[in-house]
Design a protein around this ligand. Structure first.
Ligand SMILES: NC(=O)c1ccc[n+]([C@@H]2O[C@H](COP(=O)([O-])OP(=O)(O)OC[C@H]3O[C@@H](n4cnc5c(N)ncnc54)[C@H](O)[C@@H]3O)[C@@H](O)[C@H]2O)c1
Length: 383
């Protein structure tokens, strides 16, 4: 088994809660260095996760012989300069989303990745969530011709099909809680719409085999907005975000219908489908490894496990534990390592993230101006 000597640049909330623990758990990774502009953060992360060394200046790491590849987990304040330097030094980069703050910086990264041939993977990790991979498999079967079984009430037997029956209709609902977000999201000009929605814009593009032609947006870019994307085959994707929800409510719901098959994914723990007669109607997926206390699986269990945990925590006089789910972070990184070893596809190549980023920027424009914004090849095609 090959060992990848990884350095993590930016050791804030996401790195400490996700990437650094995932590096420690992954037998293919040796944590070579932690790097943060704040020396106390870099050193604390080194100690907590057992890295060989810590550093405050990423420029000292890019050419270092003891590092094979990087995880970049800073905000978009550091993207192009770092990624291009790492690629020039022959070191692959797993970068957090959003890929870059603007179109020019994105293209610098793409040009450098093409020139060097060194891979970049973008952290649109929902693509590696087991539940979402199952959604993709089911939708691909429908597109591959798997027929839907007839409904119990079937009045349209003698009617020729209407085109709308073949347009995909996708809903992505994100139930968020303003009280659980860090302050920066409310100071940042682009808000959650840019920093967080790229995950879901990525899913909308990844799951819809058509070109987006228009976005309509309404709400506040900080949170509480609805975005509607229209595609050139008639398909539509609606992204609905709310900051008025409760953090402990299941946050992510996806519902896709096409060709009379409906596939739903709830909080990465349950996939339901109706229409494919040879597939199970309900599948459940495990909780995250850091929630071993939850025993039952599936959406019904979500609520009963939370209620049981609240009661137990009250009896024990401690705060209730959070019920965490697997959103694909560890698998996304692991798939990238497999790709680096020449044994699989890059789970999110940099070029596919360019369209996502550009659509996110156009979606900001749609919400800010209150007008529909046209999407064209300059958004989804990368020259
Ligand atoms: N994939 C996901 O599910 C997911 C979830 C949360 C956040 N994110 C993304 O992860 C990134 C980081 O988010 P966070 O919440 O951890 O932020 P954070 O503010 O907690 O951490 C960022 C860290 O980067 C460090 N940093 C900034 N500039 C640096 C530089 N030039 N060199 C070295 N270190 C530097 C900061 O000191 C800080 O410790 C963001 O891009 C965010 O969108 C992704």
């Amino acid at each position: 088994m090959k060992t990848h000597r990884v350095a993590v640049v930016g050791c804030g909330m996401l790195a400490r809660s996700v990437h650094l623990p995932n590096c420690v758990k992954n037998p293919r990774i040796k944590l070579a260095a932690t790097c943060d502009a704040d020396p106390s953060v870099a050193e604390a992360a080194r100690k907590e996760f057992g890295a060989e060394r810590s550093e405050t200046d990423w420029k000292k790491l890019v050419g270092a012989p003891d590092i094979d590849c990087f995880i970049l987990a800073t905000h978009t304040n550091l993207r192009g300069a770092f990624i291009t330097a790492a690629l020039e030094a022959g070191k692959p980069v797993y970068t957090e989303k959003p890929l870059a703050p603007n179109r020019a910086e994105m293209m610098e990264i793409v040009a450098c990745a093409r020139k060097t041939g060194v891979p970049v993977c973008v952290g649109h990790n929902r693509r590696s969530s087991p539940a979402i991979l199952e959604v993709k498999r089911l939708l691909d079967r429908v597109r591959g011709g798997a027929p839907a079984i007839p409904p119990t009430i079937f009045r349209g037997k003698d009617r020729p099909p209407v085109p709308e029956q073949h347009w995909q209709s996708l809903l992505l609902r994100i139930m968020d809680d303003a009280r659980s977000w860090k302050d920066w999201i409310f100071h940042d000009e682009e808000g959650i719409l840019f920093s967080e929605m790229v995950h879901f814009i990525d899913l909308a593009l990844w799951l819809t085999p058509a070109r987006p032609v228009r976005v309509i947006g309404e709400g506040s870019v900080r949170g509480n907005f609805t975005l509607i994307y229209r595609f050139d085959d008639g398909s539509m994707a609606t992204l609905h975000h709310s900051l008025a929800g409760h953090f402990d409510y299941p946050k992510e719901l996806l519902e896709a219908s096409v060709g009379h098959v409906t596939v739903a994914m709830d909080q990465h723990i349950e996939v339901r489908q109706c229409g494919l007669g040879d597939e199970a109607g309900l599948k459940t997926f495990p909780w995250a490894e850091d929630s071993p206390w939850a025993k039952e699986r599936g959406m019904a269990a979500y609520f009963s496990e939370i209620e049981k945990e609240r009661a137990l925590a009250a009896r024990e006089g401690r705060p209730p534990r959070w019920l965490n789910v697997t959103k694909g972070h560890a698998a996304h990184l692991d798939r990238f390592l497999t790709h680096l070893e020449g044994r699989g596809e890059n789970p999110c190549p940099v070029e596919s993230a360019v369209a996502v980023n550009r659509l996110a920027l156009k979606s900001l424009e749609a919400v800010r101006t209150g007008h529909p914004v046209a999407l064209g090849p300059e958004d989804w095609h990368v020259v």
